[in-house]
Write a protein that binds this ligand. Structure first.
Ligand SMILES: Nc1ncnc2c1ncn2[C@@H]1O[C@H](COP(=O)(O)OP(=O)(O)OP(=O)(O)O)[C@@H](O)[C@H]1O
Ligand SMILES: [Mg+2]
Length: 240
């Protein structure tokens, strides 16, 4: 089953053509890395598939539901962290999860919430106020929040931003586990190519709003090049 099918996505901001007929499709259970220079259009694409931007043309389906025509059903299947997770600082992590759960209209299911808390390794701090958390812990709480509705598709825009190497490693193992346990499809944008190489099955590269590469990690390995070399060869850099 296709978890995401985006075809012919175009998006302009004024005269600036930011997405130039982008096609991306994701199969169930894949971990796919989305890489490209600053300003290439990654965040714009991600916001478009979440219905946060109105696209100029093209179509976006999530688990078969059209994001523009059937927004609620499409978005029911998605969990995301875009920029920084939305958290309330003055209450505990657990309260944050309860509020998010209510906002999702989810039934009270303490057991699955406990499973998620353990999965993101916050069981020892979940009753402390979020303002006492480190950046890595906040990121993990955001991840827990994104998992509450057990989405088919998890979308992460630069989730490792600001994390130290240990935080990055922890996040990597969590994503692998989430993928294994729930069979969840994960779409992750990052500038840390070594990280992407470590966690993803497939890489999609974007440059100036066009997809320039769509390959499996194994295909890159077979070419005997590093992802960094491939990136520098395929992209021209997007200034402005
Ligand atoms: N809300 C907006 N209004 C006007 N222009 C925008 C808006 N959002 C993005 N852009 C422009 O769209 C282009 C692509 O930006 P986008 O944020 O999608 O890039 P990106 O690939 O996510 O870059 P980065 O790696 O730096 O996060 C840039 O030229 C940017 O200035
Ligand atoms: Mg971005």
């Amino acid at each position: 089953m296709k978890v995401l099918e985006a075809t012919g996505i175009r998006k302009k901001f004024g005269k600036n053509e930011v997405l130039n007929s982008v096609d991306i499709s994701l199969e169930e259970g894949e971990i796919v890395g989305f890489v490209g220079p600053n300003g290439a259009g990654k965040s714009t694409f991600i916001k478009s598939i979440l219905g946060l931007y109105h696209i100029d043309s093209g179509s976006i389906q999530i688990c078969g539901f059209d994001v523009e025509r059937d927004f609620e059903n499409a978005l029911k299947n998605v969990g995301c962290i875009i920029e920084n997770p939305d958290l309330y600082d003055n209450i505990s992590g657990r309260k944050n999860l309860k509020i998010a759960s209510l906002m999702h209209g989810l039934k009270k299911n303490t057991k699955s919430m406990e499973t998620i808390i353990k999965l993101v390794k916050l069981e020892n701090r979940i009753d402390d106020k979020v303002k006492t958390y480190s950046l890595g812990m906040k990121q993990r709480l955001g991840l827990a929040q994104a998992l509450l509705n057990q989405p088919k598709l998890l979308v992460l825009d630069e989730p490792t931003n600001g994390l130290d190497p240990l935080g990055i490693k922890e996040l990597r193992s969590m994503l692998k586990e989430i993928n294994k346990v729930y069979g969840m499809t994960i779409f992750i944008s990052s500038h840390i190519l070594s990280e992407i190489e470590n966690v993803c099955d497939r890489i999609i590269m974007i440059d100036h709003g066009s997809i320039v590469e769509n390959v499996t990690i194994d295909e890159i390995k077979n070419k005997n090049v590093s992802l960094e070399e491939e990136f520098l060869e395929k992209t021209t850099g997007s200034i402005g």
